[in-house]
Structure formats: C-alpha cells, structure tokens
Design a binder for this molecule. Structure first.
Ligand code: MV4
Length: 447
C-alpha cells in the first residue's frame, strides 16, 4: 500500500479533527494549520505539529494560499487535505499544489473546473445521459427570444446565476411581465457577487426533495456509489438534517439515481470522493441533476454509518494512487441514519451566537456518533461557520432513528451560548416530518 508520510490539513473545527483521525489510523503524520483566533482549538492540540498561517479573518489565514503552501514546505508535508469549504473546490489552490509538488487530496483539476460552473456541469451531465432540466441560456439571447422561450417552458420558472450557489443569485418568477426585469437585477447581483453575469432559466420544481449520491473513485477508473442522502430539511439554503436512505425513493428509483451518478463520474473522469446533487420532484417522481460537489461534504458521516466505509481514509488512499478496495457488490448499506447539525446560533433568528462554552455534555449510547470540536471552557470564535457539532444517529429503521435522536438531543447540554437544539426537537416532533410528508419548503413554512 502506497502512503503519504505527512499530511497537512488546511481546515479547522470538526472536519480538521475528522481528517486527523483517518490520518492517524493510516500511520500518517499530521500538520494542522491555525489562525491567531484558533490557538486553543482542538485540531491544533490533536495534530503532531501546527503552523500559524495568519490572523483571525479567514481571507488572511484559512484562505491564504501562499501561507498554507509555505506551511507545507517548512513541515515537509507531501499532501494537503482541504476538508470542506475554504479551499476545497478552489481550482487555483489545486493548481498551486501541483506546481509546488504537494498532492491535493481531491479530484483532478479538470473535474474541479468543469463541475465548478453550473451551465457547463449541466451540459456534461446531459451528455452523460443524466436527467437535467433543460436551460434557457439568457446571455446568448435577445429579450424577445428569452420571452418566447420562457412562454414555451411555462411558469413557474427559476432564474439562476451560473456562478452562484447556496441559494445565492437565484429568483423564482411567476409571470411574463417580471422576466426581463428580474434578469436585469440578477445579472447585476451576479456580476457584483461572483464577477460573472451568466444566467440561465429552468422550469421551477414546486415540491422538490434534495437528494444527493455519494461517489467514491480512484485514479484507475474504478467508481462506486455509496448510496444516497436526503438533505431536504434546510433553512435559508443551509442544511439542518440529513438522512439516509431517502424515505421517498422506491428501490428502482434509488438504483436509477445512484447509477446516473456513477455514469456522470465516469464521464468526467472523476477520481476521488464526490457528491452528485439532484432535485427529486415529488409530483412526478422524476429526478434532475443540480450540481456535483468535488469535495468531501459535511454530511459524509451519514454514509459512513450506513456503509462502515471510512470515506476520508479511502479518499486519502486513492489520492496516493492506491486502487479501490471495494467493488459495488462490497458496498452494503444497512439501517437508517440521520445527522443533526448543531450550530452556535439563536434558534429564533438563526443569527450566530459565539462565546464561551461554560459546560458541554455530549450524548452517548447505542447508535450515537458525535463529530465535534468544542469542549467545556472553549471560546467559540465569531469569525467562522457557526457549526460546532454533528450528532449522527443510527437505528434499524426511520422510527427508531427519530426516537433515538430525540433521546440523544435531550441529553445534550451546551451551556453559555445559544444553539439550534430546540429547532431539531421541534422538527422531530412534527407530524409531517414523522410521516415523511414534506419538501424543501418545510422549515420556511413551519419553524
Ligand atoms: C431549484 C428549485 C426548484 N426548481 N431549481 C436552491 C439551492 C440550489 N442548490 C438549488 N435550489 C433550488 N433549485 C428548480 N428548477 C428549488 C431550490 C430550492 C432548494 C433546493 C434544495 C434544497 C432546499 C431548497 C430550498 C429552496 C429552494
């Protein structure tokens, strides 16, 4: 087995710790990096060594490419794991890693590039035979042509920025009179926000579920899927609860959606861990490709708990050139798993609530996994993402999972700051959630 000797982890919080754990089990030395605000963070204490890469502000530290590459150089790291967020899907960073002869643990640069553009990735998905919503290419058309094509498509439609994401740069439109004015507003917003005013229009799905498929691929053309996750419970485009299996898919649809993700991965020459996102239309039971995320995601533990596969360990081994240790037949998915993102935030307003954790008690018992980075006496800094912990709950079926989750969240104590634990408890008590009768509008309507 080929192995890196030292990996630098270019991230913080729970994901930095999560990556450290896989490195340690592989016998690989670890370097963490930290900002001036993170000197007391657990990812610094748990690594073999740590390098300060800049001030608190992430643009000057966790996003500071020269600083991170210098840290790799002086510590002799032969690879960098970016985690998620920050530099995980940054083509320039992956290119700089190659130039400085340090392995970027992720897919090849061509995949990062082509999947980073919504219009290009959609065209590639279509070419791979993956169902897509047919786009109207706004920037290539005169106003009159846009209107006639939208009329043919039928309302409602949604206008999206090609460079947008996370719900930014998109608007639903319900009548012809608003199309041209909304295009103008979104173009301006997209140019200011992403430096690119490319827009497209597609049919608006009124009652969608967000379903995504986990992919694992090596550098020798071997690709498997590790089942799907249902991430429909979101608030303002932030995922709140993720689960697997999706309770809305028939076995036949599940096989279809998972195989289509493998087809896309094969078509683009994918060679790492990745996720293909879909909208699943509850009214027609059809699924449509949305985007592909070329990184390990926050909710990867949901898949790990159902498959018993350490996705980050495999990702590291594949980056080093090893062959996949699993065939599709070896991937066995069992039970029902849910992940609850615990955020340092006011549950009433979703505003961040950083500060001193005066007391922390994490839940335990059968079927509970906690991926966190906080401890009693830790000061949650105000500069970064507000997620402090993920509680991952496994059960034999969805009912047991829900009842176990209510028990586990009830045991959890985070003193000194506000958290969204009460929001989770309200969702778990909701009749429609329990009956699996909801779409992506659930939290906007209810909580
Ligand atoms: C849509 C849609 C309905 N129809 N596209 C929001 C984030 C971005 N990744 C895609 N999004 C949506 N695209 C069409 N054609 C509804 C959403 C959407 C959504 C999607 C997934 C999870 C939660 C959501 C909440 C609101 C809107």
């Amino acid at each position: 087995m080929k192995k890196f000797s030292k990996i630098l982890i270019a991230n913080r919080g729970e994901i930095a710790i999560r990556v450290l754990r896989s490195c340690k089990e592989l016998g690989i030395e670890t370097v963490s990096v930290h900002s001036e605000a993170d000197e007391d963070s657990l990812h610094v204490k748990l690594a073999d060594e740590s390098v300060c890469i800049g001030p608190a502000k992430s643009s000057l530290s966790y996003l500071n490419i020269p600083s991170i590459l210098s840290a790799a150089e002086i510590t002799g790291a032969d690879a960098i794991h970016p985690g998620y967020g920050f530099l995980a899907e940054n083509e320039e960073f992956a290119t700089m890693c190659k130039k400085w002869n340090v392995e970027f643990i992720g897919p090849n640069i061509d995949c990062i590039h082509s999947m980073g553009d919504k219009i290009e990735s959609k065209a590639i998905a279509k070419a791979a035979g993956v169902p897509t919503l047919e786009p109207i290419h706004v920037n290539e058309l005169e106003d009159e042509e846009i209107l006639s094509q939208v009329k043919e498509m039928g309302f409602p439609v949604i206008i999206k920025a090609s460079a947008g994401g996370g719900g930014r740069g998109m608007r639903r439109v319900d009548e012809l009179d608003s199309v041209i004015s909304t295009v103008a507003v979104l173009k301006k917003e997209a140019l200011a926000g992403f430096g690119d005013d490319t827009l497209f229009i597609e049919k608006y799905i009124e009652s969608p579920r967000h379903i995504e498929v986990q992919i694992l691929a090596d550098k020798h053309g071997n690709i498997v899927h590790v089942g799907e996750r249902d991430c429909t419970i979101q608030r303002r485009f932030q995922k709140v609860i993720e689960e697997s299996p999706s309770p809305v898919l028939s076995p036949e649809k599940r096989e279809e959606i998972c195989q289509s993700a493998v087809r896309l991965a094969r078509h683009v020459g994918y060679d790492s861990a990745g996720t293909v996102e879909y909208l699943y239309d509850l009214n027609t039971q059809e699924f449509y490709f949305m985007e592909m995320n070329t990184r390990i995601q926050v909710e990867h533990p949901v898949t790990e708990e159902r498959s018993n596969i350490d996705l980050i360990k495999e990702q590291i081994l594949h980056a080093c050139g090893n062959r996949m240790r699993y065939s599709q037949r070896d991937v066995e998915l069992t039970g029902h798993v849910m992940e609850f993102r615990i955020n340092a935030e006011d549950p009433a307003t979703s505003m961040p609530s950083p500060g001193l954790i005066t007391h922390y008690h994490r839940p335990g018992g059968l079927g509970i996994r906690v991926d966190d980075y906080i401890y009693t006496g830790y000061q949650v800094p105000p500069y970064y993402d507000s997620m402090i912990s993920k509680i991952i709950v496994s059960g034999i079926n969805r009912d047991e999972c829900i009842n176990r989750a209510r028990r586990a969240l009830g045991e959890t104590v985070v003193g000194g700051i506000k958290t969204n634990i009460s929001l989770h408890q309200r969702i778990l008590a909701d009749e429609d959630f329990r009956k699996n009768s909801y779409d992506t509008n659930f939290l906007a309507k209810k909580c």
